[in-house]
Design a protein around this ligand. Structure first.
Ligand SMILES: [Zn+2]
Length: 280
């Protein structure tokens, strides 16, 4: 069997992460242009409109990226299965004959929707924080101006201005909180979400293709992992719970140990697990 290189989406993911970084920087720049000594409602509104346009661009780029790369990862997963099962000799040859079966079509559609929703939450979060910060900064600036009038001083003190700038500055740096309550920088979150989703689309596509070809076992890839995954490298798993033999079912594997977020391990289908070293 041809040695199949593990998929690597680093460059594609970096391109998407860069789009978020650029967008966040553009938003921070937009906020820093506000004259904190006198933020008018009109200025605040204009800045928010610019920011909304930046977020729309990020969303459009991100949705298109997901619609391209989730199917690509699934295609790679199917191609790996086809080569692993000897239906094609090389990945290039396999890629030409890849066709999603029904389960894979559904899997890809739902993986696209899930990933887009996760990424949309990032920009929605930024949008909410920025609006809140601008509202707060506008109110603080207004109050400071009132107070300076009352005091007979014409300028707002430096600490107050620094405080308003800080309010605006924090809007883009606080990040997103996930379901488990962990706080992420937006770009790190985007990187983790996309890496995790592409790899799971790849594995699911391999599994679905293998089952479609009446193959019910697979071997976990090896790349010399140092985390808990290392204990699983080269191991044989069942792709359906009822397949005969004393192998763990892929759906029951402990997620803390293997196929965790950012996990790069993939599967190669195996027709007869007893012929493979690495089985239990
Ligand atoms: Zn892993």
């Amino acid at each position: 069997m041809a040695r199949i290189p593990d998929p690597n989406y680093d460059r594609d993911i970096n391109r998407l992460v860069d789009a978020y970084k650029r967008g966040i920087l553009a938003i921070a720049t937009e906020l820093s242009r506000l004259d904190v000594s006198d933020i008018s409602r009109a200025h605040a509104k204009a800045a928010l409109a610019e920011i909304a346009a930046i977020l729309r661009d990020i969303n459009a780029e991100s949705a298109a990226w997901v619609a391209e790369y989730v199917p690509k990862a699934a295609t790679d997963g199917v191609a790996r299965a086809i080569v692993g099962l000897g239906v094609a000799n090389t990945l290039a040859e396999a890629e030409k004959i890849v066709k999603f079966n029904r389960i894979n079509r559904e899997m890809v559609a739902s993986a696209i929707a899930d990933t887009q929703a996760d990424l949309l939450a990032v920009t929605q979060n930024i949008d909410r924080r920025v609006r809140q910060a601008v509202r707060q900064a506008t109110a603080e600036s207004f109050r400071a101006n009132m107070a300076s009038g009352i005091n007979g001083r014409r300028t707002i003190n430096a600490d107050t201005l620094a405080g308003i700038r800080k309010t605006l500055g924090q809007a883009t740096d606080t990040g997103i909180i996930d379901a488990a309550g962990r706080r992420w920088k937006p770009e790190v979150y985007v990187d983790t979400v996309t890496r995790t989703k592409l790899n799971s689309a790849h594995r699911d596509a391999t599994i679905n293709e293998a089952i479609g070809r009446e193959t019910y076992y697979a071997q976990i890839s090896s790349h010399g992992a140092r985390d808990a995954c290392r204990n699983w490298e080269g191991r044989i798993v069942k792709l359906v719970p009822d397949a005969p033999g004393d192998y763990p079912y892929v759906g029951d594997l402990p997620r803390r140990e293997i196929f965790h977020p950012r996990c790069r391990h993939v599967l190669s289908p195996v027709r007869s697990p007893e012929n493979i070293r690495g089985g239990i």
